[in-house]
Design a protein around this ligand. Structure first.
Ligand SMILES: Nc1nc2c([nH]c(=O)n2[C@H]2C[C@H](O)[C@@H](COP(=O)(O)OP(=O)(O)OP(=O)(O)O)O2)c(=O)[nH]1
Length: 138
């Protein structure tokens, strides 16, 4: 099966990370995820992420670092999740596609109903919390 590359942003701000809930009109309705989206043909993953975050949240970000990639097979598709830690540069958050968002600290990270593909990234974030918070603090 074809693997679909999907970028996602760990937007870390004031010691918390932004999670967004997929709306009823999206795939995986109601699941929580890190905002982002599919990499278009010929597109660089970082360019994709900056574009997706503008389209979904209306803010400008700066990519800090790529984090470990993981593959996950849903019944009908396999995605390759490419996470990045990012810094929120400017703009106010407006939800243009998702139904809700939440700022999570290390303790409430694990309790969310995450999209299954995100669990390795959630674990990585949990285990490297202090480093990632310091790295994105400007
Ligand atoms: N953006 C994002 N998608 C995720 C995550 N975890 C996860 O399983 N996915 C899945 C949901 C979707 O099936 C796919 C990404 O598609 P999407 O619908 O968000 O991206 P898109 O806007 O580029 O897609 P499209 O509507 O244009 O087809 O990856 C995640 O953390 N972030």
């Amino acid at each position: 099966m074809k693997i679909i590359p999907v970028t996602c942003a760990l937007i870390i701000h004031q010691g918390k990370v932004l999670a967004a809930q997929r709306s009823e009109t999206m795939d995986l309705p109601g699941k929580w995820e890190f905002p982002g989206g599919k990499v278009e043909a010929g597109e660089n993953p970082e360019t994709c992420l900056i574009r997706e975050i503008r389209e979904e949240l209306g803010i400008e970000i700066e990519v800090v670092e790529q984090l470990p990639v993981s593959d996950y097979s849903y019944p009908t598709k396999t995605i390759r999740l490419i996470p990045f830690s990012v810094f929120w540069k400017s703009g106010e958050i407006h939800l243009l596609e998702h139904s809700r968002f939440a700022w999570l600290d290390k303790n409430n990270l694990i309790s969310m109903d995450w999209a299954a593909a995100d669990l390795p990234t959630v674990r990585y974030l949990h285990d490297n919390w202090v480093t990632l918070v310091i790295q994105t603090n400007r």
